[in-house]
Design a protein around this ligand. Structure first.
Ligand SMILES: Nc1ncnc2c1ncn2[C@@H]1O[C@H](COP(=O)(O)OP(=O)(O)O)[C@@H](O)[C@H]1O
Ligand SMILES: N[C@@H](CC(=O)OP(=O)(O)O)C(=O)O
Length: 418
């Protein structure tokens, strides 16, 4: 059996949902599990609804209404007035969120976020599943929350692999022998039955979780690019496509911030030696890139840019050097507020960390440590990593006048630049 994943960039409108259905129609292996992300930029829009609602701003209703209009426009274009089931189903899904918005916010931001933002994937997967049935491809909509079990780290749910594997293996293989199944990426469920999300762009990871549990033959993520390139084509011209890369190289690229695939996607596939195909959604017959278990020599430099980075320099109040005792306190605070360090450096002046800018997390970190340390922040920076670097590429892409921090290893170089 195969796992397909269609992301929001591909499923951005009615025309592209038709294209996705065509891809499914032309697939030979009919034992197929399809993972769907929220349509277009719906997740960003639902994030805004959550923020407004949390701050008791009436604009939340208006923003939700915009999302509703966009979804019903797509449904109208796909189904006309011929398929009342889809209108009822989507309407009922919106009603659940409208009820949430009627009440005063009682819970933490992260909990509310997951209950609201997860709806993007529920809506899109329902539309795609209904559309496949509408055009004669029998499909069953399944709720990913009945399978993917997580802890209660809202917005970053950690997968309970034992429970998830058990649930998937108990019933999903039988479903898949009978019909194509359509489910949601990005979302999971706690043992108390509350919805969690797996982290932004987590649908690729969902595909890989299902594939691992089902021992799938392969996973295909359909993207709006020809495959994995040596740089993001939105930021660089003259990119080169990789025909194949190893799991290790893909893990490194995603770890450094290549946003083409969610960083947690590769490991569950690597342990089962399941190939991951990154294929172009608009030209599905082209080869794309395959990620697999092989020692594939790499010579082409790859450039990875991570934007919206923050640099935090921590020094002790008495200007003594940062010691192991200090580092213990600092790392405990990072873990407590869920800050992940992208780059770190220790010097006579203090300890410097580069991480993804998140004002809420920084504020919480500040509250915990500003009594004990001097904390100084620089914002809106970029972390540029060059994998398989050579001096020519470094010279071409790095303006040394803007470098705030740098680190070099045997093959890779990293610069934090303003
Ligand atoms: N190395 C890379 N190769 C190809 N695309 C990349 C790379 N790095 C970043 N990207 C970006 O990843 C985007 C596709 O990922 P994403 O938008 O998350 O897709 P989806 O929503 O379908 O999951 C592309 O549009 C491209 O701009
Ligand atoms: N919709 C979620 C999950 C996701 O993975 O989306 P996409 O496949 O479009 O990157 C997000 O935008 O974060």
């Amino acid at each position: 059996m195969q796992v397909y994943k269609f992301g929001g960039a591909s499923l951005k409108d009615a025309e592209n949902i038709r294209r996705a259905a065509d891809i499914v129609k032309n697939t030979e292996d009919k034992e197929l599990l399809i993972i769907i992300s929220a349509i277009g930029k719906t997740t960003n829009a639902l994030e805004q609804v959550t923020t407004k609602y949390f701050h008791k701003d009436e604009k939340a209703h208006e923003l939700l209404e915009d999302i509703k209009t966009k979804h019903f426009d797509i449904i109208q274009q796909l189904f006309g007035n011929q398929y009342p089931e889809v209108y009822d189903d989507i309407n009922n899904t919106f009603v659940e969120i409208e009820w949430v918005l009627e009440d005063e916010p009682q819970d933490t931001f992260d909990f509310i976020y997951d209950q609201i933002v997860s709806v993007g994937e529920l809506l899109s997967s329902k539309i795609v599943s209904h559309y496949l049935n509408f055009i004669g491809i029998t499909s069953r909509w399944i709720d990913a929350r009945s399978y993917i079990q997580t802890d209660n780290t809202y917005r970053e749910g950690r997968v309970d692999w034992v429970k998830t594997t058990e649930l998937v293996q108990k019933s999903l293989p039988t479903v898949l022998t009978k019909e194509i199944a359509v489910t949601q990426g990005f979302i999971g469920n706690t043992s108390e039955n509350f919805t969690t999300t797996l982290g932004r762009e987590g649908s690729d990871f969902s595909a890989s979780i299902f594939a691992n549990c089902l021992d799938a033959k392969g996973v295909t993520v359909w993207k709006d690019v020809p495959g994995i390139l040596n740089a993001d084509p939105k930021l660089f011209d003259d990119t080169i496509k990789f025909e194949q890369i190893s799991y290790t190289s893909a893990i490194e690229m995603t770890y450094y911030g290549a946003s083409i695939i969610h960083p947690k996607t590769i490991k569950p596939l690597q342990v089962k030696k399941i190939p991951l195909y990154v294929k172009p959604f608009l030209t599905p017959n082209e080869s794309g890139t395959v990620i697999k278990e092989e020692d594939i020599p790499e010579t082409i430099p790859s450039i990875i840019v991570k934007k919206q980075q923050q640099l935090l320099t921590i020094s002790s109040k008495d200007y003594s050097f940062i010691s192991e005792r200090h580092l213990k306190v600092i790392f405990e605070a990072f873990a407590a507020v869920n800050i992940h360090a992208n780059m770190m450096q220790i010097s006579a002046l203090g300890f410097t960390v580069c991480f993804n800018q998140d004002d809420q997390k920084s504020a919480r970190f500040n509250e915990m440590l500003n009594n004990q340390f001097n904390l100084s922040y620089k914002s809106d920076l970029e972390l540029i990593t060059i994998k398989n670097a050579n001096s020519e590429t470094i010279k071409k892409h790095i303006d040394f006048g803007r470098v705030e921090l740098e680190q070099r290893s045997k093959k890779d170089v990293q610069f934090v630049v303003s």
